[in-house]
Design a protein around this ligand. Structure first.
Ligand SMILES: Cc1ncc(COP(=O)(O)O)c(C=O)c1O
Length: 264
């Protein structure tokens, strides 16, 4: 308790950062206290979050199903709609399966904390691995915080490579004795807008028998070239490229919490 009081005293019992309250969300035009402004940081890139078609579909969905799903998907809340949407998203990404998460943050948290523990989780169903596997993550230093948190929760070893530095990454891959290596990168980096060299990462992954995980939050629906690179890469080796295709960016849809982020 003392530490919390000490912290609160230090911050003067105020929030360290008070976000601006806006009267409308960026299209990119938005309003603050009757002042019209333009946002240069919005991720409503395609205007889908505020389009009349999306709004009408959301309202129709609420009319039919209400708000909130009343039960977990695992038990009594699994509407067919979710599976249909997952199939559509998988097809859109040229994949066979996808899983929906409520937000991009949760997609990275859920997937990255779980990947190194799949055998352990499957053991609840009677699975027994033929040998012991050890996992290590190799993460670009500019990756989104949700990636770093997800990896941390997994308990696996983590290595951070210098931003876009493939030589540094290869050095770390060479040194690692993990049986299962997972390279993790943003597709388009959220702060600087630069793009991960997916084909080069795929080549390194092949050389070092690694998997590549791409968080495509800022590429989906926006960067056709990256999309085609991702699809081409995936065609090389089906298990090599799980892809967090985070629709909460271009397809900004987090008002209906089930329809936001996917892992394909
Ligand atoms: C690369 C990346 N991944 C994940 C997220 C988290 O997405 P969400 O806001 O939907 O939780 C963000 C958010 O800015 C992001 O930039």
């Amino acid at each position: 308790m003392d530490e919390f009081v000490e912290l609160a005293d230090w911050f003067g019992w105020q929030l360290p950062h008070a976000p601006v309250v806006v009267d409308s969300l960026p299209t990119p035009n938005f309003m603050v206290k009757d002042r019209p402004l333009v946002s240069f940081s919005t991720n409503n890139y395609l205007g889908i979050a505020t389009s009349s078609r999306t709004n009408a579909a959301a309202i129709a969905g609420i009319g039919k199903y209400g708000v909130g799903n009343s039960d977990s998907r695992l038990l009594g809340g699994n509407l067919p709609l979710y599976g249909e949407l997952e199939n559509k998203i998988a097809r859109f990404n040229g994949k066979t399966h996808s899983i929906l998460f409520a937000t991009g943050y949760l997609a990275n948290l859920g997937a990255l904390s779980t990947l190194p523990r799949v055998a352990q989780i499957a053991s609840a169903f009677g699975f027994k691995a033929k040998r012991d596997y050890t996992y290590a993550y190799f993460s670009d230093e500019h990756n989104h915080i949700s990636i770093r948190e997800g990896m941390r929760l997994s308990g696996a070893r983590r290595y951070s490579y210098h931003h876009l530095d493939l030589d540094h990454l290869e050095k770390l891959l060479r040194r690692s004795t993990a049986t299962s290596k997972i390279i993790v990168t943003d597709g388009v980096f959220s702060q600087d807008g630069d793009i991960a060299p997916i084909p080069d990462l795929m080549r390194l992954a092949e050389r070092w028998n690694a998997m590549v995980y791409v968080d495509d939050a800022h590429g989906t629906g926006v960067l056709a070239k990256l999309r085609s690179l991702l699809s081409t890469s995936f065609a090389v080796e089906a298990v090599t490229l799980p892809r967090a295709s985070i629709a909460s960016r271009a397809c900004r849809s987090s008002r209906r919490p089930d329809l936001c982020s996917t892992l394909t």
